[in-house]
Ligand binder design. Structure first.
Ligand code: MLT
Ligand code: MN
Ligand code: ZN
Length: 287
């Protein structure tokens, strides 16, 4: 399985366009630019799937040779998108994909419902492309073009702000992507509100776990801005809590993504010893 991190920032990116906080100022001074969270995966280097659709998708695709179009004039290796949430920073990029001749979208029933109603991405996209939406049942495995297998675990029930009041519990998914040919396993959990026994089981045989790195500290927003909720109240287990919980397996790489602009580890130079990596946009590897 080939994996490429297209973007590694939380909503707004690092630096955020309208933010002059210390972290954003440090990022600007250091020339750091983290685009919003998105991962590309492929089992055969020909058919690629996105995990989430970042608002920065056009720039991310342009920076990714593996996702260049061809050989036919309108051929693309991009087969579909698996959504972990219906949040705007994970779904706005779907609009950017409207030029595709066909697009397959996977998400929980709740997420697809949000994209049919309060954020009418599905009816809008269906006017531009042939859209296939497939609801993912948590626990069930889906075989993808190119040989990868996807399995979802519900890790949270936080709805996007625009979807308050919508029914259902499966609002936040983690994905376990496996490659039956190599035995490679990737777990992708950019939004992880708590470390549950089911999540521990999901990552038990993973070669790489991409984890929620939104915040370093539980009270980070208050520290940085003087206000705002705690990390866990916003559905994001902070690194200071998750990092000590990482199983110390030498055969597993742990990476933090979905970094908020308040998070000191989003900009290199933070003196902190972590048992996990904080990869830059464009990081690629095989499993
Ligand atoms: C989140 O990750 O909690 C959301 O994307 C927050 C937001 O930007 O609305
Ligand atoms: Mn987000
Ligand atoms: Zn900022």
């Amino acid at each position: 399985m080939r994996v490429r991190l297209l973007g590694t920032a939380a909503g707004g990116g690092v630096p955020q366009w309208n933010c002059a906080c210390d972290g954003c100022a440090r990022a600007r001074a250091a020339g750091v630019n983290r685009t919003q969270d998105c991962v590309a995966v492929s089992g055969d280097s020909r058919a690629w799937f996105l995990l989430n659709a970042s608002p920065d998708l056009r720039t991310q695709l342009a920076a990714t040779p593996e996702l260049a179009p061809g050989p036919g004039r309108r051929d693309t290796p991009l087969r579909g998108v698996l959504l972990s949430t219906a949040e705007l920073d994970h779904t706005l990029g779907l609009l950017t994909l409207r030029e595709a001749s066909a697009l397959t979208l996977y998400g929980s029933g709740c997420v697809l419902n949000a994209l049919a109603g309060p954020f009418p991405m599905q009816p809008i996209l269906a006017q531009y492309t042939t859209l296939h939406c497939t609801a993912i049942e948590p626990g069930a495995a889906i075989d993808l073009d190119g040989g990868l297998r996807a399995q979802a675990l519900t890790v949270g029930s936080k709805r996007p702000r625009y979807a308050e009041g919508l029914p259902g519990d499966d609002w936040v998914l983690a994905y376990r992507m496996s490659d039956p040919r190599t035995g490679g396993v990737l777990v992708y959990a950019p939004c992880l509100p708590a470390w549950s026994p089911a999540f521990a089981e999901l990552i038990a045989d993973a070669g790489c776990v991409i984890l929620d790195g939104t915040f370093l500290h539980e009270d980070e927003l208050r520290r940085c801005t003087g206000g705002g909720g705690t990390a866990t109240s916003m559905g994001h287990l902070p690194i200071e809590v998750s990092e000590p919980l990482l199983p110390r397996r030498t055969e597993t790489r742990y990476m933090y993504t979905h970094l908020n602009n308040t998070n000191p580890v989003a900009v290199p130079g933070t003196a902190l010893r972590l048992a996990a990596e904080v990869p830059a946009d464009g990081t690629s590897f095989e499993l």
